[in-house]
Write a protein that binds this ligand. Structure first.
Ligand code: CAA
Ligand code: NAI
Length: 704
């Protein structure tokens, strides 16, 4: 059966694309459209054609799976649709509801006219997949919307709403009532007019100021570091201005094909499917429906609790925040208010919206006020004894079926759950990332005992907060923090071996990280690890070990990082900009002398390998143990919680692109040279390396 249905409504032929779930242009769709246009043109009783989508939207673009597999031999493509529309003497009208994205918008722009439903959106999101539009979008959109607006849309990938599409001239009419009925009436009227009907390709491009291109390059320079696609988009729109239409289309196609083959595009396509896979929990079917969460509670209004309370308010869920005393809760509420006010000041939220959200957050110092909460998140001090006390208190007041979660970074949540045996099925972890109201990642930590319903409900609450929830198992540091140990560890070791903090950080920022590891260490506070080492040494100054010589000395000098204005770097009063400090280089040289290490030069490759390969190696262990459901989940954790560049696809995908055999060889080499635990080769890494596989292969095997 063809995914494109043909019907006649009076003098109008209606082609309906019916390819669930999103009407992607899979094989069969182009053929159906082309045949439909031919049939309409061969029928004297037809005066015009309407192209419309069934279900949720118009057309979501190319079928992204086919960028990594061959298109069936001889099967029609986008090109054939566009040729058929442009050659059609009878006008073709696109009727857009839901979404017209990528190739979907390109198809609509190859029609003679476009009408739109008020709630629909149109856009060219291809850049998010690592390539520019490839079916004439960069040539037609500037002709309809003007060069500057088209450039904004194509380079950002962000869709625009129907209203803006109409204002920009992308669509010809907005249909308020029934879209099909309105589109048929519109098409019948156009069909009754004498042709020829205007084709978008024939519109003249007007551009007064060629400066828009360089201005755009400058504007995106920071956020597009290391990427090709945004610049490729600019090049394509420039071609629309510089070349005639057909030459422009040809140029766009060449750039598009080149980009599709790039590592950047493969990585971004991997991320696209990873985000969709992350919603699925093996063994937990669709029949497990989330419970309704009408009221929530948060314990602790510190750094994390305040942000978590904002998340509930942002999702429209009333929340009670409980602190130890009046002073603490007042301080917490003041911080929340200040955070919202800053968003209002930046023009990103209205004052009314802020007031509405503040009204959803109720401060309290009484656990009893949590009695009607359906879900309570604990974000108190990171100490097992305190957490257990808090859960015991919740056991006394919470509803019998309330979901109780801990925001702990490292503690064993199974152990916490075991302290309240009657509620074990309702206890799990929600590990937010700082700042909790901003960062998109949420690790949902699945305890041994949590019910599927509560797990699914917690994932759904996370999505309602516009987070990306990723399932993690209970282990020290869960997915993200557990993998970090080797990353920070190696950065500190390299400082002792003679690489300066600035050198290491520069290499890692050039690699694509949002910040280098030593700047991050300064931000998080060097004292945290120091105190831990001190505790382990019974409160005395901890003995210097490989990797902690420099940071221990810095802490002894009161240099805890950004909060004290000095750490691995110096920070001017009120500034977060790290300035290198020769004093630190001197401390490093002293450490090297104590350790008998000869200072030496570091290649960029060694710095990247020593920071990244331990992440991958530990990630492989986490995967093999089942503490992550899939390698692609680990990739999403790093991209959304740790400033890892999406265009590299996440550490596990990146390792596959490097070659797991090469990674495994290097891990063994570093184990022999350095010997630290994080260099013990993961058996899974070893197996995949020997098989010539990747972590994606592992995910596929596991998905059955
Ligand atoms: N190709 C193949 N599969 C697609 C797809 C596409 N273009 N778009 C969505 N899907 C799949 C998803 O993988 C998902 O599959 P599973 O259910 O198996 O996980 C399913 O469709 C539903 O997708 P969502 O969960 O994302 O649904 P949503 O309702 O939340 O969002 C959407 C709908 C806004 C259309 C969103 O899916 C989306 O943004 N899709 C991608 C749009 C896009 O990037 N288009 C450009 C493609 S490239 C192109 O067109 C090149 C060109 O110029 C020729
Ligand atoms: P914080 O010290 O800023 O806040 C903790 C708050 O809990 C304090 O305001 C304290 O008064 C309150 N509190 C303590 N005992 C309480 C009790 N019995 N009842 C009610 N309130 C109580 O700590 P932070 O940073 O917010 O951390 C909280 C939790 O989140 C910890 O488990 C931490 O490991 C975790 N976490 C922290 C991250 C961070 O970057 N700070 C990131 C992710 C998780």
């Amino acid at each position: 059966m063809s995914p494109v249905e043909y019907a006649k409504h009076g003098t109008v032929a209606v082609l309906t694309v019916n390819n669930p779930p999103v009407n992607a242009m899979s094989p069969g769709v182009p053929k159906g459209v082309v045949r439909g246009v031919e049939r309409a043109n061969g029928d004297a009783g037809v005066a015009a054609v309407v192209l419309i989508g069934a279900g949720r939207g118009f057309i979501a673009g190319a079928d992204i799976r086919y960028f990594s597999r061959p298109w069936p031999e001889g099967e029609e493509t986008f090109k054939d649709i566009i040729a058929a529309f442009e050659a059609s003497p009878k006008p073709v009208v696109a009727a857009i509801h839901g979404h017209a994205l990528g190739g979907g918008l390109e198809t609509a722009m190859a029609c003679h006219y476009r009408v739109i439903a008020p709630a629909a959106r149109v856009g060219q999101p291809e850049v998010k997949l690592g390539f520019p539009p490839g079916a004439g979008g960069t040539q037609r959109l500037p002709r309809l919307a003007g060069v500057a607006a088209a450039l904004d849309m194509i380079v950002s990938g962000a869709p625009v709403k129907a209203r803006e599409a109409a204002d920009l001239g992308i669509v010809d009419a907005t249909i308020e009532g029934d879209l099909l009925e309105g589109a048929v009436a519109f098409a019948a009227a156009r069909g009754a007019e004498a042709g020829p009907h205007r084709r978008v390709r024939d519109i003249e491009i007007a551009l007064d100021d060629r400066g828009v291109f360089d201005a755009k390059r400058k504007e995106i320079a920071r956020r597009s570091r290391g990427m090709r696609a945004p610049y490729a988009c600019i090049e394509c729109v420039e071609a629309a201005v510089d070349l005639d239409f057909d030459a422009g289309v040809e140029r766009e196609r060449a750039i598009f094909e080149d980009c599709v083959e790039s590592g950047e595009s493969k990585a971004l396509r991997h991320v696209f499917f990873a985000e969709r896979a992350a919603r699925k929990i093996p063994g937990v079917g669709k029949e497990v429906e989330p419970r309704a969460i009408a009221k929530a509670g948060v314990l602790g209004a510190g750094t994390m609790g305040g942000g978590i309370a904002m998340n509930f308010a942002n999702a429209g869920i009333p929340v009670t925040v409980v602190e130890r005393n009046r002073e603490a809760i007042d301080r917490g509420m003041a911080t929340i208010e200040r955070n919202y006010a800053a968003t209002v000041a930046k023009g990103r939220m209205s004052r009314e919206a802020m007031d509405a959200r503040m009204a959803l957050i109720a401060p309290s110092t009484d656990y009893g006020d949590l009695a009607d909460a359906d879900m309570i998140i604990e974000a108190v001090f990171e100490e097992m004894a305190v957490k257990k006390e808090v859960f015991a208190a919740l056991d006394r007041v919470a509803k019998p079926d309330a979901i109780l979660t801990s925001n702990t970074s490292y503690l064993d949540i199974d152990e916490i759950a075991d302290t309240i045996p009657n509620r074990r099925g309702h206890v799990l972890g929600t590990h937010f990332f700082s700042p909790a109201n901003v960062m998109r990642l949420l690790e949902v930590v699945r305890t041994r005992t949590v019910s599927d319903v509560d797990l699914v409900t917690t994932m759904e609450v996370g999505r309602g907060m516009r987070k990306l929830p990723i399932v993690a198992g209970v282990c020290h540091g869960f997915i993200g923090n557990r993998m970090l140990e080797g990353y920070f560890g190696e950065a500190a070791l390299m400082v002792e071996e003679g690489a300066t903090p600035a050198r290491i950080d520069t290499v890692m920022v050039d690699y694509g990280m949002a910040m280098g590891p030593l700047a991050v260490a300064d931000l998080a506070g060097l004292d945290v690890g120091w105190r831990k080492r001190k505790d382990a040494a019974g409160g005395r100054n901890p003995p210097a070990e490989r990797g902690s010589h420099v940071s221990t000395r810095l802490c002894e000098m009161g240099r805890f990082g950004q909060k004290t204005g000095r750490g691995y770097y110096i920070y001017e009063e009120g500034s977060r900009r790290p300035t290198p400090d020769p004093e630190v280089d001197r401390l490093a040289a002293e450490a090297a002398a104590d350790l008998g290490l000869e200072p030496r030069a570091f290649g960029d490759d060694e710095i990247v390998e020593r920071c990244m390969y331990p992440l991958v190696n530990i990630g492989a262990d986490i995967l093999a143990e089942g503490h992550a459901l899939r390698a692609s989940d680990i990739d999403l954790v790093y991209i959304n919680g740790y400033g890892y560049p999406a265009w590299r696809g996440g550490p596990m995908h990146w390792a596959g692109a490097v070659g797991l055999d090469k990674v495994h060889d290097a891990v063994r080499r570093y184990r022999d040279a350095l010997g630290f635990g994080h260099w013990r080769p993961s058996p899974l890494l070893k197996r995949l390396a020997e098989e010539g596989g990747t972590f994606e292969d592992f995910d596929r095997e596991n998905a059955g």
